[in-house]
Design a protein around this ligand. Structure first.
Ligand code: SF4
Length: 350
C-alpha cells in the first residue's frame, strides 16, 4: 500500500516531505490541500515535478467516494467509500438544524455480531487506518462546502474500541489545528461495551461523548442480541461508564434499539431505569431499521412512546432518535451489504 498522508501530524508530514529531498515548507502547502479533500491534480501551488515524485509513493486521499445516495426526505447523504485494497465502507452526512454531522466507519465489517446490524453479516475484514478515517472526513467536508462538518459520529460499520490504536490516533488528529480542528465535545464514539478499552478512552484526555449500545436492561436480554454480552456483563459495562463520567465529567449516552417482544416491555423500561438511576446519562431510543437478513422486527410507535414515557416518569433523561435517510438503506452496513450482494450476483451471472 502507498503511504497515507492524510492521517499524519504536521511533524510526521514534514519529516516525510524532507525525506523526499523537498523543503519543509512544502509540507504545510501539502497539508492545506489534503485537509480540503484535494487530489494531487488539484494542488496548483505545488510544482509538477514534486507532484509526479510523490504520486508514485503516496496517496493524496486514502479513500475515494464511489457511491453517493441522497435522501429526498431529509437531505441525508449516504456515501460509499472505496479503499486502496478494494474494500468499501460507508459514511453518512446528516443535516440537522444545529449543523452538519458526519457518521463514519472505523472497520471494514465488524466482529461483534450484534443481531440487529447489517455491518457484521460477513464479520470483520480489517481495521481502518487513521489516514483512511481522516480522508473520509476531508472528502465529506468538501462535499458540504461552503458549509462544514461540525459534528462527528463514530457509529458506522465497526467497533471503534476494537481498533483503539488507529481510532485514538485519528481522534487526536481530527481535533488538531493541523486537521479539521473539530472540538472533541462535538465527537461521539459508539461502543457495544468493551470495559477495558472504555477505561483507556477515559485516560486519553479527550472530552468526546461516549455512547454505549445497551439494547437491554440485563445480561439475559443483551446476550440474545449482542454476543459481546456473553463476555462482558452489564455491570462491568456500567462500571466503566461511571469511570468515564468521573474522569471526563461528560454524561454517557446509552443507545437502546427497541425490538418487538425482545426488549420493549414496560418491565424492561423499569429495569433499565433502576440500573441507570443516579447516573449522569441520557438514553437514546432507536426505532430499529428492519434488517432483511435478520428476523427482527421494530417495535410499534405506541410501544416506543410507552417505553419513553416510562423512562421519563422514572426521571431518566430520554429521547427517541430521529431516523434519517430511511429511503437510502438507513441502517449501518446496509449500503455496503447491498453492493456486496450486487457484486456477488453479477459475478454469479458471469
Ligand atoms: S452494532 Fe456496531 S458493534 Fe454491533 S455489529 Fe454493528 S457495527 Fe459492530
Amino acid at each position: 500500500m502507498k503511504t497515507q498522508l492524510t492521517g499524519m501530524s504536521m511533524n510526521q508530514l514534514t519529516n516525510w516531505v524532507t525525506a523526499q529531498g523537498e523543503p519543509a515548507f512544502r509540507a504545510r502547502q501539502l497539508n492545506d490541500w489534503l485537509k480540503k479533500g484535494a487530489h494531487f491534480e488539484d494542488m496548483r501551488n505545488l510544482p509538477a515535478s514534486l507532484i509526479e515524485k510523490i504520486k508514485s509513493l503516496a496517496s493524496a486521499q486514502a479513500a475515494r467516494v464511489i457511491e453517493r445516495h441522497g435522501s429526498k426526505l431529509d437531505g441525508t447523504e449516504k456515501l460509499l467509500f472505496g479503499l486502496e485494497d478494494g474494500h468499501t465502507v460507508e459514511g453518512v452526512i446528516m443535516r440537522y438544524h444545529h449543523g452538519i454531522s458526519f457518521c463514519l466507519s472505523t472497520q471494514v465489517g465488524c466482529a461483534m455480531g450484534c443481531a440487529f446490524c447489517a455491518s457484521t453479516l460477513n464479520g470483520k475484514l480489517r481495521d481502518l487506518t487513521a489516514g483512511e478515517m481522516a480522508s473520509m472526513c476531508y472528502l465529506a467536508n468538501r462535499m458540504v462546502s461552503p458549509s462544514a462538518i461540525g459534528n462527528l459520529v463514530l457509529m458506522g460499520s465497526g467497533e471503534p474500541l476494537d481498533n483503539t490504536k488507529e481510532v485514538f490516533a485519528f481522534l487526536h488528529h481530527i481535533t488538531s489545528t493541523d486537521s479539521l480542528n473539530i472540538g472533541a465535545r462535538h465527537i461521539s464514539l459508539s461502543t457495544c461495551g468493551l470495559p477495558d478499552q472504555m477505561h483507556r478512552l477515559a485516560q486519553e484526555g479527550l472530552q468526546i461523548t461516549l455512547s454505549v449500545s445497551l439494547h437491554g436492561p440485563n445480561d439475559e436480554i443483551r446476550q440474545q442480541i449482542m454476543p459481546i454480552a456473553r463476555v462482558h456483563t452489564i455491570d462491568a459495562v456500567l462500571d466503566a461508564c461511571r469511570y468515564y463520567i468521573q474522569k471526563t465529567g461528560r454524561r454517557v449516552v446509552f443507545e437502546y434499539a427497541l425490538i418487538q417482544d425482545i426488549n420493549d416491555s414496560l418491565d424492561n423500561a423499569q429495569e433499565l431505569a433502576k440500573r441507570l438511576r443516579g447516573m449522569q446519562c441520557h438514553v437514546n431510543l432507536i426505532p430499529l431499521n428492519d434488517v432483511k437478513e435478520r428476523s427482527l422486527r421494530a417495535s410499534t410507535k405506541v410501544q416506543v412512546e410507552r417505553f419513553l414515557n416510562c423512562l421519563k416518569a422514572l426521571n431518566i433523561s430520554a429521547t427517541v432518535r430521529r431516523q434519517l435517510g430511511d429511503d437510502i438503506f438507513g441502517a449501518c452496513g446496509q449500503l455496503r451489504a447491498q453492493r456486496l450482494k450486487t457484486q456477488l450476483s453479477e459475478e454469479g451471472s458471469q
